[in-house]
Design a binder for this molecule. Structure first.
Ligand code: HEC
Ligand code: HEC
Ligand SMILES: [Ca+2]
Ligand SMILES: [Ca+2]
Ligand SMILES: [Ca+2]
Ligand SMILES: [Ca+2]
Length: 662
């Protein structure tokens, strides 16, 4: 009698264990797992999602190329099939990385950049396996999100990245414009002599001749007038100390360190606000760097990225990325490709360095970063929602009481000018390949989009025109301000962060909670929290009538984000939004902003089928996944399915998630 009892008990335990285990798997898969299948594929072996919204492409590391002729390489995905490159980047942002991808390491361990005491660390590591776990309002976009334990006990709220490319381009242009003021002999850095002679660091948001509110923004003095060893510039500018040859002295603490002959700098337009810390910037400067750092700290995934760790002149500059953004060597990660695996193709092999020693190599590739950057660069900007008399009056009040003195609406990007004699005038231009005009349509009572290309076709390539562009309604001066004690953050080490970057207000209507700490649950509350340099404006806000305050808030509430892939949108430029948009002969319903419709080989949906209950549904799963997503292209083909494409897999026929073999 005993035995069966034991069996049934252990059977019960096994059952519970299995439930827990499977439950765990379900949680792990909760967000945006890979579901490549369609209604005909067995859901266990090839998971499917008939809504078509999940990630469909397998985890295959993208191979970095600089020539678009290599099919499936990162430059091909950017120039020959730009929407596929965009979608591939999007799926990397949403993907839940698995153990077999090398995710995590020292989960929950206190880690990150040091705080000013030189010992306390900014956050902890390996707490989520996806960018999309935090940046998820709206879902499936580079949205805003939760507040996390970072810098101090009061935490940091997750900002959105709609229009992130425009922010990056403002920052890189600011750097050139500021350098041009002080670097008199144009050698790329500012000597002690030049510091003394330089005028103040004053920049206009708009050049003469461009419509809009033109203001001068004072970023401080290039000189070290107070003698503390740092130039007296606004903290958005991070100095890098150099020797008399202009080469970076990585361990110089300040202008008084041995051999320092001056400095150059990065302009850090991302992040809420950080105290200066020597040796490396307190926050990432470019979109690429702001992808390397989160993957490493939030998910334990180290990138092997020669684009960021290669500095030909040993100055502050690394290479210019495929997407055209100057990178800085201060962002170089731990994986430097010391040992590379052999390949049969003759391409540089994967890095075997494995800095976190979990056995998984080249967890993020240089090509992955190329497509991730391509996605962020091009991610559409926030929009304006429904206009009413209240929002219009509110906007006027916003200007009238002085909010726009920091929350500056418009910025201008100067056109690409590669041949300028003066390197400080070699602006990048607008590097994006498209933009989305999004507005509220009163007649249809919904937000609607219209796709506009910023690129031209040359043969089979799509190349950004890199023209000038005026950004309307971003609402920031990209400067740090002391906006009063109610915003001060005591960091873990007791140091106090008093200055914050003026938050760009685009999208603010849909990104509660507010403030760097997410401590203000509504707009009225965060406006009333302003003091310090914004005390006047707060006082004037409080002096408004109840109705006027509501109108001002109404104005802010119509600065919105939207779910890009659900946005009704004119995709084919025929001037209307179709009720029955046909792609590959299939009726996809309302015309929407779905990048898959614009791939070189557009996606083909399954269409009308019967589901398990016999109901007719439209399946948005694909029947041409391999062709649409380019899975058979030379540089993406991964025959043994281990995530290393054949061209860099040391053994393309032997699966090995760790290094292509093991
Ligand atoms: C655990 C939550 C979390 C995850 C996961 C996460 N982020 Fe963030 N992200 C944040 C927070 C919080 C900030 C603000 C940090 C600060 O300034 O202190 C931020 C800021 C950013 C910014 C700057 C945006 C701006 O306008 O200032 C970028 C870019 C960014 N993250 C990219 C990423 C990418 C790419 C990934 C995935 C590789 C990622 N993040 C994963 C929480 C997260
Ligand atoms: C002196 C410059 C300055 C002025 C003037 C100013 N702000 Fe701000 N504002 C800031 C800074 C800096 C922050 C960021 C605070 C933080 O990160 O916690 C901010 C944050 C905000 C936020 C929160 C955004 C978010 O996403 O969390 C709103 C809303 C806002 N300001 C609206 C206003 C309004 C309305 C006015 C006019 C009454 C105004 N501001 C005047 C500098 C200013
Ligand atoms: Ca100089
Ligand atoms: Ca590893
Ligand atoms: Ca392989
Ligand atoms: Ca292999």
């Amino acid at each position: 009698m005993r035995k069966p009892m034991v069996w049934s008990v252990s059977g019960f335990v096994l059952g519970v264990a299995a439930t827990l285990y499977l439950g765990h798997l379900l949680v792990v898969r909760g967000q945006q797992s890979e579901r490549p299948g369609n209604s005909l594929s067995p859901p266990i072996d090839l998971p499917h999602d008939l809504s078509g919204l999940s990630i469909k492409n397998p985890r295959v590391r993208v191979v970095h190329t600089t020539d678009p002729k290599f099919e499936g390489g990162s430059m091909y995905l950017q120039q020959a099939d730009p929407w596929l490159g965009y979608q591939w980047g999007k799926s990397l942002f949403q993907r839940n990385f698995r153990e077999r991808d090398g995710v995590y390491g020292d989960t929950g361990k206190i880690e990150g950049i040091l705080l000013p005491d030189g010992v306390s660390k900014m956050m902890d590591r390996s707490h989520t396996n996806s960018c999309g776990a935090c940046h998820n309002v709206p879902y499936r976009d580079a949205g805003a999100g939760m507040t996390i334990a970072k810098n101090g006990g009061s935490g940091r709220n997750t900002p959105h990245m709609f229009g992130g490319g425009l922010v990056e381009m403002i920052g890189l242009q600011l750097r050139l414009q500021l350098l041009a003021i002080a670097d008199e002999n144009r050698d790329g850095w500012i000597s002690f002599e030049e510091m003394k002679k330089a005028k103040r660091a004053i920049i206009s948001n708009l050049p003469n001749g461009v419509n809009g509110e033109r203001v001068e923004i004072d970023f401080g003095s290039f000189d070290d007038e107070d003698g503390d060893g740092y130039p007296d510039l606004n903290p958005v500018i991070f100095p890098i100390f150099v020797d008399k040859a202009g080469q970076r002295i990585a361990f110089a603490k300040n202008l008084k360190s041995p051999d320092v002959a001056g400095y150059t700098f990065e302009v850090q337009v991302f992040g809420h606000g950080h105290l200066y810390m020597p040796f490396r910037p307190p926050v990432s400067t470019t979109l690429r760097a702001f992808t390397i750092a989160p993957w490493e700290i939030h998910s334990g995934l180290q990138a092997h990225d020669p684009t960021t760790y290669t500095s030909p002149n040993r100055d502050a500059l690394a290479l210019v990325s495929n997407a055209g953004a100057q990178q800085f060597v201060t962002a170089a990660g731990k994986d430097r490709g010391g040992v590379r695996a052999p390949t049969k193709s003759g391409l540089p092999g994967i890095s075997l360095d494995d800095p976190d020693r979990d056995g998984y190599c080249e967890e993020i590739s240089e090509g992955d970063l190329d497509v991730a950057e391509w996605y962020f660069l091009n991610h559409p900007a926030p929009a304006r929602g429904r206009q009413t008399s209240d929002t219009i009056i509110g906007e006027r009040l916003f200007h009238k009481i002085g909010c726009a003195s920091c929350h500056i609406p418009d910025w201008h990007l100067l056109a690409h000018n590669p041949k300028a004699k003066d390197y400080m005038q070699r602006y990048d231009g607008d590097r994006r390949f498209f933009e989305l005009h999004v507005a509220f349509n009163d007649k249809n009572d919904r937000m609607e989009g219209k796709l506009a290309y910023l690129a031209e076709k040359k043969g089979n390539l799509t190349l950004p025109k890199r023209g000038a562009y005026t950004i309307r309604g971003i609402y920031s001066d990209f400067k740090y301000h002391d906006v009063g004690e109610e915003f001060y953050q005591m960091q873990f080490d007791g140091s106090i962060q008093k200055k914050w970057r003026t938050t760009p207000l685009w999208g603010v209507g849909t990104t509660a909670p507010y403030g760097h700490d997410g401590a203000s649950l509504d707009l009225d509350n965060v406006i009333k929290r302003h003091g310090g340099e914004a005390l006047d404006q707060r006082t004037r806000y409080l002096a408004l009538t109840d109705l006027e305050r509501k109108q001002l808030v109404c104005f802010l509430q119509q600065l919105v984000l939207y779910q890009t892939d659900q946005l009704p949108c004119d995709m084919n430029g025929d001037g209307k939004i179709d009720e029955h948009f046909k792609v590959q002969g299939m009726d996809t319903g309302l015309e929407r902003f779905n990048p898959e419709w614009l791939f070189k080989v557009p996606a083909k949906i399954e269409g009308s089928i019967r589901n398990i209950h016999g109901h007719r549904i439209v399946s948005f799963a694909l029947t041409n996944l391999r062709q649409a997503y380019g899975l058979d292209l030379e540089y993406l083909r991964d025959t043994d399915g281990d995530g290393f494409p054949d061209v860099i897999d040391p053994d393309p026929l032997r699966p090995g998630f760790r290094d292509g073999i093991r």
